[in-house]
Design a protein around this ligand. Structure first.
Ligand code: SF4
Length: 403
């Protein structure tokens, strides 16, 4: 296909595709899907080989947010039955982080709900970073605390943070449809503050919120312009109790096309497969490893992910390898330009972002959890509320985390 040959050539030379080419990727048919994955996979392997970086989320403060992001189970007015708790103590966060590091994660993403941190919150996070780095040598730490005020990014950097996550989530034109308490430019400003302070920027998107193909392409082009080091791609988990609870409009094939488009537009950045992968990609998750070079290990902020061992098995079975702390994630031309200490490319989670990890308090609806021989076939794009599990273990509970 001429389109794919063109996109591979551009991806290998870091040339920006046209918007029309990016939209054309999203418009490819299911019959063309493996060709699309193979083409974007060439770009992925060129810049990142077969390495998969593992990242681990620690939700420092959960729920009770005054903002109204419609996709978020922690939003103002959310009735999702998520865990709600205030700041973890530094040692509690460090213990949770250590479980992720022991499971193979080289980055820990510290996330807190809320519009943005107070200066006292920055002190708390600084203490937490110190506790984590004291306990887990060589680990990268990314903070995701919302909108930053003057000098807060510099204070996080001085405290040892390697990266800062703040997702753009959707296009500037669509932003008012998903949130009214802050705007797109607020988010751009925070990412730029982090970059100016020497933090590796992590910023991504959420797909499946009812946006158009043009919106998806627009937000990815905005990200390319912003030039974060890592781009988490989240797939909306439609939590019961949030305004987007009925937005079940993704299929595994659609998710792969979105990831391929992101890889073509942002060829040499860490593209992270983030929240919603288990729910929307389901059995096609291994194909996504040909597109993304990074995933979250274990649970998300408010929802449970698949078992950490299942992730490790999937990576090995698909012929990929977990990236060790001795490897730098990003290509040399990006780390040389960034000048971040020697932490490698730091750059970013959540989707970690407070925007992603969501988890609904779903009712098992009509779906059967026993997919035995008499189970009905699953319709692509159907609501899979049975796959959404509210997090009930790890940070904020007495149960050990999933890693
Ligand atoms: S995404 Fe972040 S800022 Fe928005 S409602 Fe959720 S926790 Fe609050």
């Amino acid at each position: 296909m001429d389109l794919l040959d063109t996109l591979v050539a551009k991806g290998l030379s870091r040339e920006l595709p046209t918007r029309e080419e990016a939209i054309a990727v999203l418009a490819t048919s299911d019959e063309e899907l493996l060709d699309v994955v193979a083409a974007a996979g060439r770009v992925r392997r060129h810049w990142f080989g077969r390495r998969v970086k593992l990242n681990y989320l620690v939700n420092l403060k959960s729920g009770l947010c005054p903002e109204d992001c419609s996709y978020c189970s922690q939003r103002l007015g959310s009735t999702a039955g998520i865990l709600k708790y205030t700041w973890l103590k530094p040692e509690e966060a460090a213990d949770a982080a250590a479980a992720g590091v022991a499971g193979g994660a080289k980055r820990v993403c510290l996330v807190a709900s809320g519009r943005g941190p107070t200066d006292r919150d920055i002190d708390r996070v600084a203490d937490t970073i110190a506790a984590i780095k004291g306990q887990s040598e060589g680990v990268e730490v990314c903070a995701c605390l919302g909108l930053l005020s003057d000098n807060q990014a510099e204070r996080l950097r001085a405290a040892g943070a390697d990266a800062y996550n703040h997702n753009l989530n959707t296009s500037g034109d669509n932003y008012a449809e998903i949130c009214t308490t802050h705007d797109f430019q607020d988010r751009v400003d925070t990412v730029q503050q982090a970059q100016a302070a020497g933090l590796s920027a992590c910023s991504g998107l959420i797909a499946g919120m009812g946006e158009s193909d043009a919106d998806l392409v627009d937000v990815v082009f905005s990200l390319r312009e912003l030039d974060p080091d890592s781009v988490p791609v989240n797939f909306l988990i439609p939590f019961e109790g949030t305004p987007l609870a009925k937005e079940w409009n993704l299929t595994p094939q659609r998710c792969l096309r979105i990831l391929a488009m992101v890889r073509f537009v942002c060829p040499d950045v860490e593209v992270r497969l983030a929240g919603g992968r288990e729910v929307h990609l389901r059995t096609l998750q291994p194909l996504a490893l040909h597109l993304a070079n990074s995933i979250f290990l274990g649970d998300y902020l408010t929802s449970e992910g698949q078992a950490g061992q299942a992730d490790l098995d999937m990576i090995a079975d698909a012929g990929f390898e977990v990236e060790g702390t001795d490897r730098t994630t990003l290509p040399q031309h990006r780390t040389a330009a960034a000048g971040h200490g020697g932490c490698g490319p730091c750059g970013g989670e959540e989707s970690s972002s407070c925007a992603t990890a969501s988890a609904p308090a779903c009712a098992p609806a009509e779906a059967a959890t026993d997919a035995g021989p008499t189970a009905e076939p699953v319709t692509a794009g159907a609501a899979r509320t049975d796959l959404v599990q509210v997090r009930r273990r790890g940070a904020g509970t007495d149960l050990p985390p999933n890693a």
